[in-house]
Design a protein around this ligand. Structure first.
Ligand code: FAD
Ligand code: NAI
Length: 508
């Protein structure tokens, strides 16, 4: 126990050093803005409360900026452990954190949060339009905001390739509520299949759980479902032995981003389970209420009845991202994955707009759409904003730059610090800053039955590991990455609870 605690402690410390995560400490050693300058702080609007924006917010010196966060959800979701919520291995409330907790730094430096969805950006007027999409509406349910700097961190939507019937019939695996829907449906299928005189064919349909997409999300869910089946469902439902989990992947292999050794290991493991089928080289081309249409490599189409359908075929840009791409112009914004950015996360073709995480793409250095990438980008951009603000502010004090001093309140109603009126001066500052350098810490995935896989890519070689020890590494890494002691405590209790008492099968 002592050894494990020491191991976790050291990993935690190394991780914080590597990621320069000592925010509260670095906060004490920075330039403080005099009261007279505070009202002129640049308006920074962050869109989203996910990996990228939260990591940026945690870095940002909020006394230098007037920060507003807009997101339709008022919490941060720790996605790497989300799949566990579909079966009750963990409760999803254990892996969320209220965003307002991170808005409060000190009485003077509070960031503002509005729970709303940004539906459009006007890159010329530098305004955004937001709407309340929650159930409770007040007299005001839409508003506009002005920004000096807009950071788009809205993540990505579920990719459906416009395949008919997907949105109407499939469950997704991205948000808090998705896990509740899936958990509910698994149990509902079993309860309905257990009705007296339920026809055999209907039982087979109800108990065919189809997962579309053999990427990490689809594979982790298949693994989690198998665990649920073996440990809990078989004990409680006589019919559970008839459950089939069918993983459908269009490519010749699952987990194609991983090393071949890992692919072979995972395919073999999943195929060894009696209840699991992996259909590779098979694409889902249509979805109906009770059947999917699959097309094999010979282009033959077959109807496959299902009870539960989970759709995990990757990411697509969100509506807002597409709107902004259109508003800027597709001559510069010409990438299907998201907003084209440069080495400093500036959105091409727009002044004062930045983008990070899944919503963005730097075509000269494309990166995976992962939390690891988004969090490093957020931290970098937070630091960059701080450094720019501080450097420009200090410069202004030192040189008493005539141009800046002459700018009156009327001419420049927004920012005097982190000046953007003269793009030239702004650009000259930014170009002196080091560009973002991504540090890949490895890729981990849970593959079921207390086993995980890990891949660490060096410049010249790749190291892989699979099995039980890797599973403890997987747990330790994500445990230390959880944002708060509260989250860590809840997750440990959830893991212990499901190990001791089993997962809950109530449909509540
Ligand atoms: P997100 O974290 O998705 O945040 C986007 C935010 O924007 C959300 O708060 C959302 O509510 C908000 N938003 C959406 N639309 C609007 C709007 N119109 N206006 C304002 N706000 C808006 N990555 C890993 O590195 N390791 C893993 O193990 C891992 N596991 C994963 C497991 C699952 C099931 C999933 C779905 C993803 C996983 N990922 C993992 C990928 C990772 O979650 C994403 O890459 C990461 O969340 C991207 O961060 P982001 O900040 O770009 O977006
Ligand atoms: P993905 O893009 O990684 O994989 C989707 C898979 O679906 C692909 O293999 C694709 O060939 C397949 N597919 C697409 N259309 C299909 C169809 N019609 N029929 C059958 N198969 C089809 O998407 P995923 O798994 O949703 O992951 C999204 C992002 O989140 C990725 O960037 C991933 O790296 C990240 N992630 C990382 C995790 C980790 O590091 N452990 C866990 C989960 C997600």
């Amino acid at each position: 126990g002592g050894l494990a605690a020491a191991g976790l402690g050291s990993f935690w410390l190394i991780d914080m050093i590597v990621n320069d995560d000592f925010d509260s400490v670095s906060d004490k050693f920075r330039t403080r803005l005099p009261e007279s300058e505070r009202k002129n702080r640049p308006k920074v609007v962050l869109l989203g409360s996910g990996w990228g924006t939260l990591c940026m917010l945690r870095k940002l010196h909020t006394d230098m900026f007037d920060v507003t966060i807009i997101s339709p959800r008022n919490y941060f979701l720790f996605t790497p452990l989300l799949v566990g919520g579909t079966t009750g291995s963990i409760e999803v409330r254990s892996i969320i954190e209220p965003i307002r907790k991170y808005c409060k730094r000190s009485d003077a430096n509070e960031a503002t949060f509005y729970e709303a969805e940004c539906i459009s950006v006007d890159p010329v007027k530098k305004t955004i339009r937001c709407v309340d999409n929650s159930a409770v509406k007040g007299e005001v349910s839409e508003f506009d905001l002005q920004y000096d700097h807009l950071v788009v961190g809205v993540g990505a939507d579920n990719q459906t390739f416009n395949i008919p019937g997907v949105r109407e019939n499939a469950c997704f695996l991205k948000e808090f509520n998705d896990t509740r829907v899936i958990r509910d449906k698994i149990i509902d299928c079993l309860e309905t299949a257990s009705y007296p005189s339920q026809p055999e064919k209907e039982i087979d349909r109800l108990l065919n759980f189809v997962v579309v997409g053999g990427g990490p999300s689809g594979v982790e869910f298949t693994a989690e479902l198998n665990d649920f089946l073996q440990s809990d469902l078989l004990k409680n439902y006589p019919l559970a032995k008839r459950i089939k989990v069918t993983l459908v992947e269009a490519l010749p292999h699952i987990l194609t981003v991983f090393d071949k050794k890992i692919i072979d290991h995972v395919e073999k493991r999943l195929r060894s389970s009696e209840n699991t089928r992996i259909w590779t080289k098979t694409a889902v081309v249509g979805v109906k209420e009770k059947d999917i249409i699959v097309r094999n490599e010979k282009k033959e189409e077959t109807n496959v009845p299902y009870g539960l359908l989970v759709w995990a075929t990757g990411n697509a840009p969100r509506k807002l991202t597409t709107q902004l791409i259109q508003a800027i112009g597709t001559n510069v914004q010409n990438n299907r994955r998201g907003l084209v950015i440069d080495d400093y996360f500036r959105v091409a073709g727009a002044d004062g707009i930045w983008a990070i995480g899944d919503a963005s793409i730097n075509p000269s250095k494309p990166l995976a759409q992962t939390a690891q990438v988004a969090s490093q980008q957020g931290r970098y951009l937070g630091r960059l904003f701080n450094d720019l603000a501080e450097e420009m502010y200090n410069e202004k004090i030192k040189s008493k730059d005539q141009k800046l001093e002459q700018v009156t309140q009327e001419q420049q109603p927004t920012s005097t610090v982190f000046q953007t009126t003269t793009n030239k001066s702004f650009d000259s500052f930014i170009k002196s800053q080091p560009v973002f350098k991504y540090r890949h810490m490895g890729t981990l995935a849970y593959v079921g039955d207390h086993q995980a896989v890990a891949e660490f890519k060096g410049d010249h070689s790749t190291t892989t590991s699979e099995g039980y020890i890797t599973y403890y590494l997987w747990r330790s890494v994500y445990f230390t990455k959880l944002l708060s002691i509260r989250n860590r405590t809840l997750v440990v209790f959830d893991w212990a609870k499901s190990a001791i008492f089993g997962r809950d099968i109530s449909r509540a």
